[in-house]
Design a protein around this ligand. Sequence first.
Ligand code: GLU
Length: 492
Amino acid sequence: MSQVRVRFAPSPTGYLHIGGLRTALYNYLLARQTGGTFILRIEDTDRTRFVADAEDDILATLKWAGLDVDEGPEAGGECGPYRQSERSALYLRHASELVDSGAAYYAFDTPEELDAMRERLKSPQDPSPRYDCHTRGNMRNSLTLSPDDVATLLATGTPHVVRLLVEPGKTISFVDAVRDQVSFASEVVDDQILVKSDGMPTYHLANVVDDHYMSITHVIRGEEWLSSTPKHILLYEALGWTAPTMAHLPLILSPTGGKLSKRAAERQGIPVLVKQYQDAGYEPEALVNYLALLGWNPGDDREIFDLAGLVEVFSLERVGSAGVQFDLEKLAWFNGQHLRRLPVANLAERTATALASTGIEVDAAYVTEMVGLMQERVAFASELATTTGYFFSDPMSYDENGVKKRWKDDSAELVVAYAATLEAGIEDTPEAFEQALRQLTETREVGAGRLIHPARLAVSGVTMGPGLFEMMALLGSETCARRLRRAAQVLG
Ligand code: GLU
C-alpha cells in the first residue's frame, strides 16, 4: 500500500466538539501506526457560518490532546495552502471541467422558482422534493435551455449555480472500511450544488478536489457524512480520479439513546465542546483514551491506554458501525485512572499553583508529599487543591454524620491521651504514630478503631482521606496534638 495520508478536515463553524476530536484521533492513530502523514485541512468555504477564532481553538485543542499535525495551516507542507478559502481557483477550474464534460450543469433558478417547485411537487410521500432527476427537467438549467440562452444568461451575469448531474438507474457502491459494501440507488441522490451563486465551491466539490490533490488514502469521518459519499464517488468518477478508502465512524449517542445532538447533550448536562472538558479539569490523556474506545475496541478487555499504546493497537477493522453511547461517568472514571498514572511532580506543580491562587502559599516539598498521599483518591486534579484544606489549616468544623457515628463517650478522653503521647515527643513517621496509637488502645483494652476514627475526625474534620498515620506524619506531631485537643474540647 502507498504511504498512508489521512486528514482531519473540520469546518471552522464553532469550537471543536468531542465527535470532532474522536475523528481527528482515529485519523492520527492510523497515520502514526503506519508511519503515514496526518494532515489538518480547514474547510472554510461556508463563509456564512464562519467563526473567527474556531481555527485557533481547533489547533490548540489538537495540541492539548497530543495529536501533532504533520501538514496543515500552521505546520505547512507540500500540498498547501491548507485552508480551502485560499484554494478557490482550483475548485472552480474543476467545476468548469465537469460542466464541459457533461458531468455537471448550470442552473439559473431563482430562490422563488425553487420554492415554487417544492410547493408544486410536494406530496405526503415526498414532503420536500429535491432538485434531481425527477425535477430538473422542469427547471431553468443548461439541460433544459438552449445553448444560446445559456450563453446569454452567463454573459449577462445572471446568478447561477453549478450542479452535479446524477443519472438515474445507477447503483453507486463503495467499500467502507467500517461498514463493508455500501450501495445507494442514484435516484435517491440529488443534483448537489457544487458551486454556489456567490461563486464559492460547496463542501462536496472542495472536499473531493482536495482529497485528490493532497493524495489522501483514507477518508475517516463521522457517519453523518455517509449519505454525501455517493456524490463524492460520482465526482471522483467524473474527474477520472481514484477515490480514497472510506471509513465512516459510528454515531455518538446520548445516554438515553438517539443522536447526541447539541440540544440533547445540553438537556442532559453533557458538555459537547472539548474546551468545556478542559475547563472542567479533565486530563487530555483521559479524554483521548475514552474517545478512542467510543467506537473502537482493542479486542480484549484492556481499557487504559496512553496515546502511544493506542497507536500500537488501533485498527480500522475494530471500529464498529453501531452507534455508541456517551457515558460521562465512565469518562470521569478514566480521568481518575489517568491521574494515578501522572508523575507526582506534575500534579504537585499544578496543585501548588491552584493553592497559590486561593492565597495558600506552601512549601513545594510539602505539597508533593500531600499529592503523593491523595493522588489515588481523587477523580480530578482540581480536588487536590479544593478538598485538602485540612493539610493547610486546622479544621473549623467536624463532619456531622461522622461525629454521630464515630464520636463515642470515651472519644474525648482517648484523643486527649493520644495528644499527650504525641506531645511527649514522637518521630514524624507513620509507623511511630501508629505504634503510639496501638499501645494506647491496648493499655486501655479497647479496639484500635475506637481511637482511629475519632482521631481522623479530630485531625481532618472529615471521615475520608488518606491513611491516617501517613496524614499525621505529614502534618507533624505538634499540629496533630493541637487538633486532637481542640476536637475533644469542641465535641466533648
Ligand atoms: N468539513 C467537514 C466537517 O466539518 C469534513 C467532513 C469530511 O471529513 O469529509 O466535518
